[in-house]
Design a protein around this ligand. Structure first.
Ligand SMILES: [Zn+2]
Length: 74
């Protein structure tokens, strides 16, 4: 039986790197899943909703504001 897979991901609000993971629909459908950023300052939460569908949430922390513009210029 073919297993469908989804790639999910987000951009970390703290370190601005993209975090992605490939998960099967089965593992998504078991309920709750966490996808933490390697920097440890944010995580992507996925909740499976009854009736099909997913709720995604990415906590945005005001403790880690965007870096000043001069730090973005290399
Ligand atoms: Zn990060």
């Amino acid at each position: 039986m073919e297993e469908k897979r989804r790639t999910i991901g987000y951009v970390c609000p703290s370190c601005h790197q993209s975090v992605a993971a490939d998960r099967s629909l089965f593992s998504l459908s078991v309920g709750h899943m966490k996808l933490p950023c390697p920097c440890g300052k944010s995580e992507f939460l996925v909740d499976y909703l009854e009736g099909g569908g997913y709720q995604f949430s990415v906590p945005i922390s005001s403790a880690f504001p965007a870096p000043p513009a001069e730090r973005l210029i290399r």
